[in-house]
Design a protein around this ligand. Structure first.
Ligand code: ADP
Ligand code: MG
Length: 361
């Protein structure tokens, strides 16, 4: 494959759809990012947080009201989508109904005057990869929604010169079973073709199973970029802690008591975080339910709880408890005998995340 672009960078990019009013609202707040060639990324966040805006800025459908975009160090902020060599797959498939599947797949190459033999070969190859080889001569009108979406995807893949393939919630129209297979397929394609894939979704499971790196967005802001493991273990804001993981991260109101000690009511916890530079006393202690241990005796870093409910998920048990008014959830092994009523929960110090003003210390 010809390496057309090695690096996509966003420099001080921000976007407002109405930049000329007083105090404009920003659909995308100022960000600096660089995307590695061949990487597999997800952009994750709730509806309205600016994911599509970000993607359209990269593809050229939207010109950012501030900042520059560079491909390999060259400013391409004012270039069209075609000039950027970006392939984009939208939420709903865009295909030509009067053409056959093969013609649809080959169209981007035909537009670029590739020789006929090359087009045929490339179309066959991509059709194989996507499992469309038996449909090549069919008119596109005859296809189901998910077959149509596969073709949109295939049109991105036939081109060897694309800088990146951008996908905006591309599997929305596809049934759950096929979704899983398609995500795997996309991963294989990324490994095979080494094309940069950027996948937008509001679904944490899609993002976590697909991407090597995830950008989490909240209200137009990029709040964390990290691997699925990093997002799980050290969420940078309470929002990421709530948004990622199931159940959401436990968050308890706490007070700073010492260099690495916080308290919840009368109970003190060591946290493994240096808190000496934190200005406010009031913080939140975050801990994943996966890391909370259930004990029948008080040891260090334990808090007393009342158990409300135990849900058996087969491979684990989800224990819902309370300390005073604060709910705490723990995921424990399937074989653990969970006591009824009073118990102790331990927060291992290296698993405690401390948040000051909703940001990880
Ligand atoms: P997402 O894809 O995460 O759902 P969008 O990027 O579509 O988010 O939208 C981000 C914000 O920008 C939203 O508040 C949305 O209403 C606004 N917005 C999106 N497109 C336009 C537009 N063409 N004109 C004005 N506002 C828009
Ligand atoms: Mg969107």
């Amino acid at each position: 494959r010809s390496l057309v672009v090695a690096k996509i960078e966003l420099k001080n990019v921000a976007h407002s759809y109405a930049p000329d009013v007083e105090n404009p609202e920003y659909a995308l707040k100022k960000c600096n990012l660089s995307w590695k060639d061949g990487g597999r990324y997800a952009v994750l966040g709730p509806s309205g947080c600016g994911k599509t805006t970000m993607l359209n800025i990269m593809s050229g459908l939207v010109t950012p009201s501030e900042g520059t975009i560079k491909f390999d160090g060259v400013d391409i902020t004012n270039m069209s989508t075609a000039e950027r060599n970006i392939a984009q797959v939208f939420q709903f498939p865009v295909i030509y109904n009067t053409m056959t599947v093969a013609q649809n797949l080959g169209f981007p190459l035909l537009c670029r005057n590739y020789p006929k033999e090359v087009i045929t070969k490339k179309v066959d190859q991509v059709a194989q990869t996507l499992g469309l080889e038996n449909l090549l001569n069919l008119r596109a009108t005859k296809l189901t929604a998910d077959q149509k979406q596969l073709i949109s995807l295939g049109r991105g893949l036939v081109r060897e010169d694309v800088a990146a393939i951008l996908m905006d919630e591309p599997l929305t129209v596809i049934d759950p079973d096929l979704k899983f297979r398609l995500r795997r397929r996309l991963k294989e394609i990324n490994e095979l073709y080494k094309s940069t894939l950027i996948y937008v979704t509001h679904d944490q499971n899609e993002a976590m199973t697909f991407a090597e790196n995830i950008l989490v967005m909240d209200h137009g802001k990029i709040v964390q970029v990290g691997t699925p493991l990093e997002l799980f273990e050290r969420p940078k804001t309470t929002f990421v802690g709530y948004f990622i993981g199931s159940p959401a991260m436990n968050m308890l109101k706490a007070e700073i008591k010492g260099k690495n000690v916080v308290s919840i009511g009368d109970t003190s916890f060591k946290t493994g975080t240096d808190l000496s530079k934190v200005k406010s006393k009031n913080v939140k202690l975050g801990i994943r339910s996966e890391f909370v241990e259930l004990h029948d005796k008080n040891t260090d870093n334990c808090i007393s709880v009342k158990i409300d409910k135990v849900d058996d998920f087969g491979n684990f048990q989800l224990v819902s408890a309370r300390h005073g008014m604060s709910p705490i959830k723990a995921k424990v092994g399937r074989d653990l005998a969970v006591p009824a009523g009073d118990a102790w929960m331990k927060f291992p110090d290296n698993r405690c995340c401390v948040y000051s003003n909703e940001v990880l210390v």
